[in-house]
Design a binder for this molecule. Structure first.
Ligand code: AMP
Length: 541
């Protein structure tokens, strides 16, 4: 081999905070705290405190590869742990506090967490679980002495006191870039959650890959309101990408209602924000009621579930904010595809662009996708054929923590996402369903997601789920379970009539049931499994 003569350095997460501290020392990180007040400091301050965290972990006997958990909202202390824990060689396990109690205990035990750092909010939650967590050695509460609660948790330490006792001199170690840096568990609706283990290398490349103009297009001009939780797939990687690009970072803490988010968007002049559709529903609801606008916002990234058309129109036409529809999953770090319009599509008029905007978008460099049929044969990019969506790339999982072999990773290295999708000739991927949610009617597949999107396009429908119900003749037929907007008089007939204007006759659902609230899982997504259980006895009349 004729070898290149370039320097080789392992890709280390610590290099991000070192860089931000040195080159963006005055850029602010603003956090709404659990204690109440808004806290402000800079990347320079964050770097110094992350080194204190690293020193503290060493004093507490944490070694390279040890797992350290957090149960915390988005905030500056959580950021310090992102860098202090992973940077020092330990592995950050960001626990999703919205998991059911048994699942919480399961993931903490499965990961083998030695220390749990927790926000004040979660003290009662862990007090109730402590007897089931034999391996946890210390509970460190993310607050100062004045706010330390009375607690029955054993071996409790106050975070601010812990940091005060350390100094901020610490050499970040350099080690194999393939070493584990963090773990997130998938919030699977069936069976136990599964651990996805990210490496320094995958995390760094993901942060670079998601920063580019065809990605989140991050720069020092951005002030980012990071709503997507730091316990949900590393906050979509933005906790790393923001300091890498010198972006101002605004962290909303526990307050995710429309009024609180708007207050931060306005006061911190945020240009970009990221969250799931449910959060944006709360924000746009607040904006409609209060008459407020979004004068500083330029882009909003929406992912985690499909973006309803009404939401795209509302952001783009009422508030002049560009919607970036994104698809990804815990197993893909999460960025898979992003919807950016290619030049020939920008020339189309708005109505013609809308069907494309509703798609989940195109791959960014670093992750590849394909669709295959049941025999693993690759399907064409014709926008019609739909099949199992698979992914492959630098930040796609090769298996699950503690599992010898995963059925999800095909022999040729492609990861089976569990989604069903089409890809059009321009490369725009569209999720048509989860493999397990698709409605199989007389040998034909009906997309539950497509029907849901249409149903929520009705002005009187707040939220809708479509599930397969057994049918004596067709095997399965779609049932709509919907939540009405307050005060609306929409009924079954008018909703079905509306849906029938958008789909073929055989795809129109057979019935509609209105309920007050749909069940959601730990990451705010519709929990269709629960819904199916609730409708177990339902029969089409
Ligand atoms: P999670 O690992 O909890 O982030 O869930 C990942 C799953 O969420 C994906 O496999 C999809 O089923 C779904 N998902 C994520 N983003 C989107 C999107 N933009 N549209 C539709 N489904 C999505």
């Amino acid at each position: 081999m004729f070898k290149g003569l370039m320097q080789q350095q392992p890709l280390m997460i610590s290099s991000i905070i070192e860089f931000a501290e040195r080159w963006f020392p005055k850029v602010e990180v603003v956090s709404r705290t659990v204690e109440g007040p808004v806290h402000r400091y800079t990347y320079k301050d964050m770097g110094a405190r992350a080194r204190r965290v690293a020193n503290a972990l060493s004093s507490l006997g944490i070694e390279q590869g040890d797992r350290v958990a957090t149960l915390a909202w988005n905030g500056y202390r959580h950021m310090e742990l992102y860098f202090g824990v992973s940077g020092s060689g330990a592995v950050l396990h960001t626990v999703n506090p919205r998991l059911f109690a048994e699942q919480l205990a399961y993931v903490i035990n499965h990961a083998g967490d030695k220390i749990v750092f927790l926000d004040l909010t979660f003290v009662p939650l862990l007090e109730g679980l402590v007897s089931e967590l034999p391996d946890v050695e210390k509970y460190i509460i993310l607050t100062d002495r004045a706010h330390m609660p009375e607690t029955s948790l054993p071996n409790v330490i106050c975070y601010e006191e812990l940091l005060e006792a350390e100094n901020d001199t610490f050499e970040w170690p350099v080690f194999d870039e393939n070493a584990a840096s963090s773990i997130c568990y998938t919030s699977g609706t069936t069976g136990n959650p599964k651990g996805v283990v990210y490496s320094h290398r995958s995390t760094l490349i993901h942060a670079l890959g998601s920063s580019i103009p065809n990605g989140l297009s991050l720069s020092g001009n951005d002030s980012i309101l990071l709503v997507v939780p730091q316990f949900h797939v590393n906050s979509w990687g933005v906790s790393y990408a923001a300091p890498m690009n010198g972006c101002k970072l605004v962290l909303p803490g526990p307050m995710m209602d429309g009024a609180s988010l708007h207050e931060l968007l306005d006061s911190e002049k945020c240009t970009l924000s990221l969250a799931v559709p449910t959060v944006w529903m709360m924000l746009t609801g607040f904006l409609h009621e209060s008459g407020n606008k979004l004068p500083h916002m330029k882009r909003v990234v929406i992912g985690g579930s499909a973006v309803p058309e009404a939401m795209i129109r509302s952001f783009e036409q009422e508030y002049d904010v560009q919607v970036i529809h994104a698809w990804g999953m815990t197993e893909t770090s999460p960025l898979g595809t992003l919807n950016f319009l290619m030049p020939h599509l920008q020339e189309l008029d708005y109505e013609e662009q809308m069907p494309i905007k509703l798609k989940q978008g195109k791959s960014v460099f670093g992750i590849d996708i394909r669709i295959v049929d049941d025999n693993n044969q690759v399907l064409p990019h014709d926008g019609e054929a739909f099949g199992k969506l698979q992914a492959k790339g630098h930040w796609v999982t090769s298996g699950y923590f503690g599992e010898e072999q995963s059925d999800s990773v095909a022999k040729d290295g492609w990861f089976d996402t569990g989604d069903v999708a089409t890809i059009d000739p321009d490369g725009y991927m569209m999720i048509t369903d989860r493999t397990k949610d698709v409605i199989k009617s007389g040998g034909e597949w009906i997309s539950s997601i497509e029907l849901e999107n249409i149903a929520v396009g009705h002005p009187d429908i707040a939220e809708a789920a479509v599930i397969a119900m057994p049918h004596p003749k067709w095997d399965e037929r779609p049932l709509v379970v919907a939540v009405k907007n307050q005060g609306s008089d929409v009924n079954k007939e008018t909703l079905l009539q509306y849906i029938s204007q958008h789909v073929a006759k055989w795809q129109v659902p057979d019935d509609v049931v209105f309920i007050d609230e749909l069940p959601h899982g730990a990451t705010g997504k519709l929990n269709k499994l629960k819904l199916r259980e609730e409708f177990n006895d339902f029969r089409f009349s």
